[in-house]
Design a protein around this ligand. Structure first.
Ligand SMILES: Nc1ncnc2c1ncn2[C@@H]1O[C@H](COP(=O)(O)OP(=O)(O)OP(=O)(O)O)[C@@H](O)[C@H]1O
Ligand SMILES: [Mg+2]
Length: 264
């Protein structure tokens, strides 16, 4: 089953937000979903109000599974129905180990292959920093979605991501989608950045689809601060309920444009 990654060489652009919501939406469609956080911050847990799980058990990190200390089932943290997460402790030292010991690369491949038989979709949430671990996991992905923040720094992150793919000899064709995030009708910068992004994307990733931009919505920030996913059915004030429904619709229309089934 497909492995889908979100990536960008710039922090805070919305990678974890987008993949977290996509994962939750699919899980609610009765798909079995695994999210692997290969980010030491494991911030995707916060989006679901489950940041306690990052610290409360220190025996269940992805690192330990790769090293062979624990079993496939031991690292899984159930977050919502049909939605499991995996957390990572120290991507830097793990990356050094992978470079030193090539067998670990094979081990990672085996682990992902095994999870593929249990889950309908595997999502990988990357940090902006690069590492050998990221390279190995991008290489194992069927599809990469680049999230770009619609400001000048965010755009730089797009070009850096392409540069990274080229430097590390990763397949640019894996990049199937580009999501511009943080659009605002009333501000000039995001509009200008969106046009610039389209030009860059047509040059560097002609086969990738630039999705319609996701708007900058304060309800996303507010709900994340409370640990409530946009797809959680919890009672909110009338105003927040209205805003949430607007964002949900916006996200679902984006999700419906994504096709991840493998074309063999
Ligand atoms: N469309 C949006 N509207 C408003 N706020 C947003 C939107 N998308 C993301 N955010 C907010 O931006 C912040 C960064 O988002 P997120 O953590 O998803 O980015 P990231 O790219 O995963 O960051 P990092 O590089 O640190 O992993 C969060 O506070 C999130 O709530
Ligand atoms: Mg993130």
């Amino acid at each position: 089953m497909p492995v889908i990654s979100t990536f960008c060489k710039k922090g805070g652009v919305g990678k974890s937000t987008f993949i977290g919501y996509l994962a939750h939406y699919y899980a609610q469609q009765q798909k079995n979903i695994l999210v692997i956080s290969v980010d030491d911050q494991n911030s995707i847990f916060k989006i679901f109000g489950t940041e306690n799980a990052i610290l409360e058990d220190d025996r269940n990190y992805f690192d330990y599974l790769i090293e062979g200390f624990i079993e496939l089932g031991d690292v899984l943290i159930n977050i919502r129905p049909n939605l499991d997460f995996i957390k990572t402790l120290n991507t830097d030292s793990l990356s050094i180990r992978i470079t030193q010991e090539r067998r670990l690369e094979k081990e990672i491949k085996k682990i992902i292959e095994s999870y593929k038989t249990f889950y309908d979709y595997i999502f990988i949430d990357f940090p902006p920093a690069s590492s050998r671990l990221s390279e190995v996991l991008i290489d194992l992905s069927d599809s990469v979605l680049i999230v770009v923040g619609l400001d000048s720094l965010g755009l730089g992150g797009f070009v850096n991501a392409i540069q990274y793919f080229v430097d590390k000899d990763l397949d640019i064709e894996l990049i199937n989608y580009i999501l511009p995030n943080g659009f605002s009708k009333t501000k000039r910068a995001p509009k200008v950045s969106l046009e610039a992004l389209k030009i860059q994307a047509s040059k560097y990733t002609p086969n990738a689809l630039v999705l319609p931009p996701l708007n900058d919505r304060s309800v996303i920030k507010n709900l994340q601060a409370e640990g409530i996913s946009i797809f959680d059915n919890v009672g909110l004030s009338r105003y927040d309920t209205q805003s949430r429904e607007i964002v949900k619709k916006e996200l679902i229309s984006l999700f419906e444009m994504l096709k991840f089934e493998k074309t063999l």
